[in-house]
Design a protein around this ligand. Structure first.
Ligand SMILES: Nc1ncnc2c1ncn2[C@@H]1O[C@H](COP(=O)(O)OP(=O)(O)OP(=O)(O)O)[C@@H](O)[C@H]1O
Ligand SMILES: [Mg+2]
Length: 262
């Protein structure tokens, strides 16, 4: 599916989780693996699958330089509704109104208040109700990429939501690199306790061969003739820019393989 090699098992797992969520058994799934293993690529497939089924997908991504911005990821998730919510939107009626300061950064909201204070709880409660309100009109998928760079307040929202997913048509899928130094690693761990984890394994040699053949044949068919390819250099640079090609050693240090170029 979607050109992904050797991910049939993972796609089937995600598909099952989405189907369950669709029928009201909310799910939280964590896709894990090192840099370049294919987490973002799989998230794209998840999103496409969900949208094909008529599920509304809200997406966000943690950012290395945004990890200290409270609720940054939450605001990305709900960004498509911000204009609507700035007015008298039913989405923010009732308890959901407590999410207003976080989303609209209004009313002197102090987003920097540490966890444990009443303000944070009110925000989480309001965001939870906003999520419920959105799910009233149909099943919902929340995808969060680069969870290792997700800000702490947004992770707390995900944890709060996860504990209340039973009976809700909501799927949460978060992709993260385990072992990545992050201030919020314990929050990701907490999320992991009740989530299904999906560990992405390295691709096989034959899959990597197929990817290389595809890359070389694409280079050959470009309109302007490419410079002559020196196989070892080309493979090395592909490894650097395309980490799933690193089959041995750590992904940070691509290992040279005795691959032959046809
Ligand atoms: N199974 C696969 N089949 C084909 N291409 C793949 C596969 N997995 C990954 N790729 C390709 O490898 C590249 C790196 O994948 P991707 O960006 O999804 O990695 P990642 O795990 O999200 O990395 P990071 O942790 O750095 O964000 C992309 O070009 C992606 O399309
Ligand atoms: Mg990625």
């Amino acid at each position: 599916m979607a050109g992904l090699l050797e991910r049939d098992r993972e796609i089937a797992t995600v598909e099952a989780a989405l189907t369950q969520a669709h029928s009201g058994a909310g799910q939280c799934l964590i896709i894990e693996g090192p840099a370049g293993i294919g987490k973002t690529a799989l998230l794209e497939v998840v999103k496409t699958m969900a949208e094909d089924e008529g599920v509304r997908a809200l997406t966000a991504s943690g950012g290395e330089l945004e990890v200290d911005f409270p609720f940054g990821v939450v605001r990305q998730l709900f960004a498509p509704f911000l204009t609507e919510m700035a007015g008298q939107s039913p989405l923010l009626e009732g308890p959901a109104s407590m999410a207003r300061p976080v989303l609209l950064m209004a009313d002197g909201a102090d987003l920097s208040r540490p966890a444990g204070e009443g303000g944070l709880f009110e925000s989480l409660y309001g965001l939870y109700w906003l999520t419920l309100n959105l799910a009233q009109s149909g099943p919902l998928l929340l995808t969060i990429d680069d969870g290792h760079w997700c800000d702490g307040a947004s992770l707390r929202y995900l944890i709060y939501l996860q504990r209340r997913l039973a009976g809700m048509p909501i799927a949460v899928v978060l992709a993260t690199r385990p072992g990545e130094p992050s201030a919020n690693v314990r929050l990701v761990d907490q999320l992991r306790v009740q989530a299904k984890s999906l560990h992405l394994e390295r691709l096989s040699v034959s899959a990597v061969g197929a990817m290389l053949r595809g890359a070389f044949s694409e280079a050959r068919t470009r309109s302007s003739p490419p410079p002559p390819i020196r196989p070892r250099v080309a493979i090395h640079s592909l490894c650097a820019s395309w980490p799933p090609l690193c089959l041995t050693g750590s992904c940070g240090r691509p290992a040279m393989q005795p691959l032959r170029c046809r």
